[in-house]
Design a protein around this ligand. Structure first.
Ligand code: GDP
Ligand code: PGA
Ligand code: MN
Length: 612
């Protein structure tokens, strides 16, 4: 319907397309023919363009402009209540062979999947503008820049991508100069408009498809406008597709924050930490140390691309440009660095509550709870409403260069040397506050058997313990056993003396009375201090079957209202709990079948022997 009438307009916009990249032109033509948008718009990434797009989004009712005295150049919007998180059930890895997707991924034959998707995308942009966003993950002047082009029919996605990734004309020019390969990333909210039909503030489709073709290195996302499903440079490219690139090219694409810590002796260390979604990456990345003389600077809060340099040392780079942080729990008390970055403006908030003076609020932002709010669904809210004002997975999206504590090395395409790796999850029981691995191989075992309770960052039940290898369960773009094997082979190429030390952490252990066993947040600096002193060979530890844990007096508790007995509670290894844990690990490993690396099954045997 109406397709022939629209054809000339598309030809016109392609004739005026601001690029000579033949492959890109051909792809844009192909997609516009399939999706039938009203017009095609090439995103330049400028400030003026951001202003225009956000004006349009305000006009359309998708976003509200916040009070500029409180949050300059900032906006808040609410999604459809059925589109608030990543959808793992609807996420697919469509490799040629099912075996290559492995048991942790949904799989469908690529040709069959393309058929389904083409059907969904057919005419899906009718009545809308199709935006073409050239982007690069990592630095534009990296040795081997990782390009992408996202095509989307959502202006909200364009505005958010401008915060989260390096986008626009500069990127396009560089792609042309080098005739570079780019990851084609196609996105539609799946809500075409009939002529004269009025749009809704948050168009989306009941049916969602988040699909990756690893051999072709392409992404097709349909039906959702939410962050991780729609900002395709983030989880879809920088983790799922990049993990496949990393396998083929000999590096690691990981779900990790990167933090620089400087000791009172002025020695700097870089720590990478992998925690599942909504388990504390952004908070640790923006750490405000509570111990005297220690300085923290951030490099990244979600993604870390690591490779061994010529000297055999492991180096990490954050390929992103912004923060897409969980809002609830982010407050002046827990995370002042995030709050200061947000207060500078230029941010987009999703599914938070609005204050009567045109600001935003969420649970945990301030100690004092406002007397009246408009909740994330637009209803009046008071403290006795009996429901949260902000959605538990509500987010702030803020440029990373607004973080005062941003490390200067963030701007270095070579990245930083990684001295320590933390794996962590959200566990009420069993897992101590911190455990140092016996050695690198044992550390990989810790990562491979990492477990965590599910959170609101993904649709589905919350609080269920599941194994989450390297916090990558929803993001490994290929077979999970091959992924673990890749960790083992890649690190075999590094300088073995200089491999990072590995630690397992758990900020979320509970005491018998139900409270947190450890205060967390800024006080996590005390755990990092212990870890660094372990690298320096200075801090004491007790050897247990699961690794080294701090002695009661090796953790710096200065100024903390905690006794050595409380610390013992936080770090204890309970053999009964570990009997259960070992069973869980056995069940987990059984699921890998043949693809479990032998090195890991022998680690499990050794663990069992140490408990015997
Ligand atoms: P990310 O999704 O991994 O980046 O996780 P965030 O840093 O955004 O944190 C997710 C949730 O965990 C937020 O509600 C935080 O307030 C909470 N959180 C983060 N760090 C800690 C901690 O050290 N202790 C406790 N108890 N909660 C934390
Ligand atoms: P995060 O991921 O929770 O790890 O920050 C964002 C997302 O779930 O899309
Ligand atoms: Mn985060």
């Amino acid at each position: 319907m109406g397709t022939t009438a629209r054809q000339p307009l598309l030809d016109e916009s392609l004739k005026n397309a601001p690029t000579t990249h033949a492959k890109l032109l051909a792809w844009v033509a192909e997609v516009s023919e399939l999706t039938q948008p009203d017009s095609v718009y090439w995103v330049d990434g400028s400030e003026a363009e951001f202003a225009r797009l956000t004006d349009e989004l305000v006009e359309a009712g998708t976003l509200k402009r916040l009070n500029p005295e409180l949050f300059p150049n900032s906006f808040a919007g609410s999604s459809d209540p059925k589109d608030v998180a990543r959808v793992e059930e609807r996420t697919f890895i469509c490799s040629e062979n099912e075996r290559d997707a492995g048991f942790t991924n949904n799989w469908m034959d690529p040709a069959e999947m393309k058929g389904i998707l083409k059907d969904r995308f057919k005419g899906s942009m009718r009545g809308r503008t199709m935006y073409v966003i050239p982007f690069v993950m990592g630095h534009l002047d990296a040795e081997d820049p990782k390009f992408g082009v996202e095509i989307t029919d959502s202006a909200y996605v364009v505005a958010s991508m401008r915060i989260m990734a390096r986008i626009g004309t500069d990127v396009l020019r560089k792609m042309e100069e080098t005739d570079a390969f780019y990851v084609p990333a196609l996105h539609s909210v799946g809500a075409p408009l009939e002529p004269g039909e009025k749009d809704v503030p948050w168009p989306c489709n009941e049916e969602k498809w988040i699909v990756h073709f690893p051999e072709e290195r392409s992404i097709w996302s349909y039906g959702s406008g939410y962050g991780g499903n729609a900002l395709l440079g983030k989880k879809c490219y920088s983790l799922r597709i990049a993990s496949v690139m990393a396998r083929d090219e000999g590096w690691l694409a990981e779900h990790m924050l990167i933090l620089k810590l400087t000791s009172p002796e002025n020695k700097s260390y870089h720590i990478a930490a992998a925690f599942p979604s909504a388990c504390g990456k952004t908070n640790l990345a923006l750490l405000d140390p509570t111990i005297e003389g220690w300085k923290a600077e951030t490099l990244g809060d979600d993604i870390n691309w690591m490779r061994f340099g010529k000297d055999g040392e492991l180096r990490g780079v954050n390929p992103e440009f912004g923060l897409f942080g969980v809002a609830p729990g982010t407050g002046w008390g827990t995370n002042p660095n995030a709050m200061r970055a947000i207060a500078k403006g230029n941010s987009i908030f999703t599914n938070v509550a609005l204050t009567d003076d045109g600001g935003v609020w969420w649970e945990g932002m301030t100690e004092e709870v406002p007397e009246h709010l408009t909740d994330w669904q637009g209803n009046d809210w008071t403290p006795d409403s009996g429901r949260p004002a902000a959605h538990p997975n509500s987010r702030f999206c803020t440029p990373i260069d607004q973080v005062d504590m941003l490390a200067p090395e963030y701007h270095d395409p070579e990245g930083v040397r990684i001295d320590a790796i933390l794996f962590g999850g959200r566990r009420k029981t069993t897992v101590p506050l911190v455990t140092q691995a016996h050695d690198w191989a044992h550390g990989i075992f810790m990562g491979a058997t990492l477990s965590s309770e599910t959170t609101a960052a993904a649709a589905g039940a919350v609080g269920v313990v599941r194994r989450d290898p390297m916090a990558m369960l929803p993001f490994i773009g290929y077979d999970a056993g091959d992924y673990l094997k890749h960790w083992i082979t890649v690190s075999g190429k590094g300088n073995q003396e200089r491999l990072p030390k590995i630690f397992l952490v758990n900020w979320f252990r509970r005491t018998a009375d139900g409270g947190f066993a450890w205060p967390g947040f800024g006080d996590n600096s005390r755990v990092l201090k212990w870890a660094i002193e372990r690298l320096e060979g200075k801090a004491d530890a007790v050897e247990t079957p699961i690794g080294y844990i701090p002695t009661a007096d090796s953790l710096d508790l200065t100024g903390l209202d905690m006794t050595p007995a409380d610390v013992e509670e936080a770090v204890k290894v309970d053999p009964k709990e570990w009997q259960e844990e070992v069973k869980g690990i056995e069940e987990w490993f059984a699921r890998f079948g043949d693809s479990l690396p032998a090195e890991l099954s022998s680690q499990l045997d050794e663990l069992k022997e140490r408990f015997a």
